[in-house]
Design a protein around this ligand. Structure first.
Ligand code: NAD
Length: 353
């Protein structure tokens, strides 16, 4: 297959591309605008591969999208490009409306325009896979409830509202035009190459510099954590084996309170990189509670039984194994993280292919 991956220079998109190049014979065309969140250095292990191409494209630019569909003649689109950081959506929602809603609309139209003229067998085999979030469901009140694929949408933040909106567009393009779409909604991802503004890498990197480890409110928000490489495997399974028109929830079966996640990282760092030269006994001494974010959802938890039952996918990592791998990866790859923190990953963009 030839697969267009949008947002392939981001955290999850780069994991998807590394997975496809390393484990399949498929070709990948990575379409990415390279916003602050796009980092081509996350693809350095595969970027000279003959089955990989990069195109710097804004998904809101319909002319460029048409040119790329014509040039590459893809068999599938995996759509991950998005503005993805909830705090940024509260400070400035405009980019979220533009990329997540208008950009998804433009990509759907470019896909439909290309797909409608394909020969019948290729037309039937074409897939548009939209990657979304469990945050579209709002939050859960009881400790035993889980989000299923039929939970009503109730987004709380500008980010989740823009993702919910894009999910609805994708479903409408299926119902109205017959475009062969699939939607997945997943829980919080973590793992290698995660942008340092997100909780887990932020805590690891702040701790190593003896900076405060900020925890919102009391740290009692519950999230389900999914190791990014498990997610990449699930997404490839869905785009190749999923049933057209269906939604699949993807989760890690790892519900944790934020404070427990932060404590766990501190314990691993105490073991793997003791803070002896920082004048503290344990990294836990750096934990600092900060004012909660507005509209903060208390609990997300996902029922991922459908993808297990229908496609045979389950996560390989437990939270314990995945978080250990993640901390070890950051300790071994501090130059990658420092180049993100000091901005040099953007100043010295690698050449395009
Ligand atoms: P990310 O912020 O790390 O990466 C997003 C990528 O999209 C970046 O490379 C960026 O340059 C690119 N991009 C942004 N605007 C663009 C535009 N207009 N045109 C082209 N490219 C553009 O995001 P991520 O964490 O990898 O998330 C990927 C997808 O998965 C998103 O759609 C997100 O909503 C969804 N998701 C993420 C998580 C998570 O825990 N990270 C959880 C659930 C769902």
């Amino acid at each position: 297959m030839k697969i267009i991956v949008t947002g392939g220079a981001g955290f999850i998109g780069s994991a998807v591309i590394r997975h496809i190049i390393n484990n399949t014979r498929d070709e990948v065309i990575n379409l990415d605008k390279l916003t602050y969140a796009g980092n081509l250095e996350s693809l350095s292990s595969i970027d000279s591969h003959e089955r990989y191409r990069f195109e710097q494209v804004d998904i809101c630019d319909r002319n460029k999208l048409d040119r790329i569909f014509n040039q590459y003649q893809p068999d599938a689109v995996m759509h991950l490009a998005a503005e993805s950081h909830v705090d940024r959506s509260i400070d400035g929602p405009a980019a979220f409306i533009e990329t997540n809603i208008v950009g998804t609309y433009q990509l759907l139209e470019a896909s439909r325009n290309y797909w409608k003229d394909l020969p019948e067998t290729r037309k039937a085999a074409f897939r548009f896979h939209h990657i979304s979030t469990d945050e579209v469901y709002g939050d859960l009140e009881g400790p035993v409830d889980l989000f299923t694929e039929t939970t009503p949408y109730a987004p709380s933040s500008p980010y989740s509202a823009s993702k919910a909106s894009s999910d609805h567009l994708v479903r409408a393009w299926r119902r109205t035009y017959g475009l062969p779409t699939l939607v997945t909604n997943c829980s919080n991802n973590y793992g290698p190459y995660h942008f340092p503004e997100k909780l887990i890498p932020l805590v690891i990197l702040n701790a190593l510099e003896a900076k405060p480890l900020p925890v919102y409110g009391k740290g009692n928000q519950i999230r389900d954590w999914l190791f990014v490489e498990d997610h990449a495997r699930a997404l490839y399974k869905v785009v190749t084996e999923g049933k057209v028109g269906e939604t699949y929830n993807i989760g890690g079966h790892n519900e944790k309170q934020n404070i427990d996640v932060v404590n766990k990282i501190c314990e691993l760092l105490d073991e793997l990189n003791p803070a002896t030269n920082l004048n503290i006994k344990s990294y836990k001494e750096l934990i600092t509670f900060v004012q909660d974010r507005p509209g903060h959802d208390l609990r997300y938890a996902i029922d991922a039984s459908k993808i297990k039952r229908e496609l045979g996918w389950t996560p390989e990592e437990t939270f314990e194994s995945g978080i250990r791998k993640t901390v070890m990866w950051y300790l071994a790859n501090l130059p990658w993280a420092h180049r993100v923190q000091d901005g040099s990953y953007q100043r010295e963009r690698l050449g395009t292919k």
